[in-house]
Write a protein that binds this ligand. Structure first.
Ligand code: GTB
Length: 225
């Protein structure tokens, strides 16, 4: 059964692959699974349809028969658990390595993502406030601390814990919110910048990125240009 995910037809990031459907597409590509996309607009009339699968009315959702999932982390965990071969593995099979990779998934979403999301919110929604620059400076210091900790753990390794895993997929996805939106915070840690580049160079990432960009372009112009 081909799963269907939801994504914004016209993502506000203009095809930079920053909305959370991108990480799910990437996981599906890594797992070698086919999928369909149900594009949604921001329009209120779609809200009801979205609410049917996601109590918070957000993208992405994942539909596979009568299974409907929301939360990108839970969706990726589900995809990773479907793995049929080590070649497409997003989680190691050895139990302790698997537990550590899962810990990195949670670290991405619970420890790294929140502070970076706070920055995006401050820039996009609070940028006009008189205190915006002071607030941004404080947030950037918090991000610097997190990135320094992450960089220290990564060291010279290729991935965070052995081979590439769903943990790396999520950490790279979150760091891209900085790199792909013009922030140089990741560049201050050269090993982290190289780590993000390694993630983006993976063929599965490239396929997922191209697919979401194609959807954006097709939605932005009727000719798809
Ligand atoms: N925790 C949920 C998950 O991981 O799936 C969060 C899902 C979510 O926030 N989805 C957003 C949404 O549908 C789209 S990604 N929002 C509408 C709503 O809440 O009503 C939003 C996004 C894009 C890019 C950045 N960025 O660049 O930092 C951050 C967030």
């Amino acid at each position: 059964m081909t799963p269907v995910i939801t994504a914004y037809a016209l993502s506000p990031d203009r095809g930079r692959g920053l909305a959370r459907d991108m990480r799910v597409r990437w996981a599906l590509e890594e797992a070698g699974l086919r999928y369909d996309v149900r594009p949604l607009s921001f329009d209120e009339r779609h809200r009801e349809a979205r609410l049917a699968g996601n109590p918070f009315g957000q993208i992405p959702t994942y539909e596979e028969g009568d299974l409907v999932l929301f939360e990108s982390g839970a969706i990726i965990l589900h995809i990773a658990q479907q793995q049929t071969s080590q070649e497409h593995g997003l989680l190691p099979t050895e139990p302790k390595a698997r537990a550590r990779a899962t810990a990195w998934m949670f670290a991405a979403l619970n420890t790294v993502e929140p502070v970076i999301l706070e920055r995006q919110t401050a820039r996009l929604l609070e940028g006009g406030e008189s205190w915006a620059q002071q607030r941004l400076a404080l947030i950037d210091e918090r991000i610097r601390k997190r990135l320094a900790e992450l960089a220290r753990h990564l060291g010279d390794a290729e991935w965070l814990d052995g081979g590439f895993s769903a943990g790396d997929l999520l950490v790279v996805s979150v760091l891209r919110w900085l790199t792909a939106s013009g922030s140089t915070l990741v560049d201050e840690q050269p090993n982290l910048a190289a780590y993000v580049a390694r993630g983006e160079a993976r063929p599965a990432f490239q396929r997922a990125f191209a697919a979401q960009l194609a959807l954006y372009k097709a939605s932005a112009s009727p000719e798809g240009k």
